[in-house]
Design a protein around this ligand. Structure first.
Ligand SMILES: *Cc1c(COP(=O)(O)O)cnc(C)c1O
Length: 229
C-alpha cells in the first residue's frame, strides 16, 4: 500500500467510525504507537481529540502537532510523569489511585490549571488491568479528600471490558459500569453537571458500549490499523 492510500484509509475509517456513533457519543481517536503523520491525517479530516498511553510519546507528538488538539491520557500514569503532561493535557482518563489524583492536583496547581480526570474502574475479570474496584472507588469518594482538590475536576468514569469474544460478558461488564456511574452520580455528583462521562468501548466492542450508555468511545485500531509495537 502506498502512503497516500494509507492516508485516505485513515480518513475513510475515521468517517466510518464517526458515522456509526449515535449523537452525544464522543470519539477519542487512540493514536498510541502510530506516527504523527497518521494523526495529522485524522486531524485534517476534522478529528481533534486523541488518546495516548505513554508520556514520552505523547510529549513528542504534542510538540509536533497542532495545538488545538485535545490530548487524553489513557494509560497507566506514574506519578513522576504527571508534571510533564500537566501543562497541556486535556483529560487524564486513567486515574487509578488517590496518590495519582493528589499529584495531578499538585501539578495542575503549579500550572495554574484545572485538569479534567476520569476515575478508572476495574470491572473486567482480567487480573492485569489497572483501576479501582467499585468498592475502592466508593472508598475514595467517601473519603472526601477529592473535594478539596481545587485543580482537578472529576468528570466521570473510564473502564475497559474483558478482552473476550463473549458478547454477553462484555455487555454485563459495561452495564455494571453504567449502573455504578448512576450510583456515584446520585451519591456524590448529583448537582455537578461536569460529572457526565462514561468512557467505554474500543475498536472491537464500541458498538456494544454505546448500547450500554457510553458517552465516549476510545477507538484506535479501527481507525489507524494495527499497531506495530
Ligand atoms: C489501546 C487502548 C484503546 C484502543 O484500543 P483499540 O482496540 O485499538 O481500539 C482504548 N483504551 C485504552 C485504555 C487503550 O489502552
Amino acid at each position: 500500500m502506498n502512503s497516500s492510500n494509507m492516508e485516505n484509509d485513515i480518513k475513510a475509517r475515521l468517517r466510518e467510525v464517526l458515522g456509526s456513533l449515535p449523537p452525544g457519543v464522543g470519539l477519542v481517536a487512540i493514536s498510541k504507537f502510530h506516527p504523527a503523520e497518521c494523526i495529522a491525517e485524522a486531524y485534517e479530516a476534522g478529528q481533534r481529540v486523541f488518546g495516548e498511553s505513554h508520556e514520552q510519546e505523547l510529549s513528542k507528538k504534542f510538540e509536533a502537532l497542532p495545538k488545538d488538539i485535545r490530548w487524553h491520557f489513557i494509560g497507566h500514569l506514574q506519578t513522576n510523569k504527571v508534571r510533564f503532561i500537566a501543562p497541556y493535557i486535556s483529560m487524564i482518563e486513567s486515574v487509578d489511585s488517590l496518590k495519582l489524583l493528589r499529584e495531578i492536583n499538585k501539578q495542575a496547581a503549579r500550572c495554574g490549571r484545572v485538569i479534567d480526570v476520569l476515575l478508572e474502574l476495574h470491572i473486567a475479570e482480567e487480573a492485569t488491568k489497572y483501576g479501582f474496584t467499585p468498592d475502592a472507588c466508593r472508598q475514595l469518594l467517601a473519603g472526601g479528600e477529592w473535594r478539596d482538590m481545587a485543580n482537578v475536576r472529576i468528570c466521570g468514569l473510564m473502564m475497559m471490558a474483558s478482552f473476550v469474544d463473549d458478547e454477553s460478558q462484555i455487555r454485563a461488564e459495561f452495564t455494571r459500569a453504567a449502573d455504578f456511574f448512576d450510583e456515584v452520580k446520585q451519591e456524590y455528583f448529583a448537582s455537578d453537571d461536569a460529572f457526565c462521562e462514561r468512557s467505554w468501548g474500543m475498536s472491537h466492542d464500541y458498538g456494544i458500549a454505546v448500547e450500554c450508555r457510553s458517552t465516549m468511545v476510545r477507538v484506535g485500531t479501527a481507525i489507524f490499523g494495527p499497531r506495530a509495537y
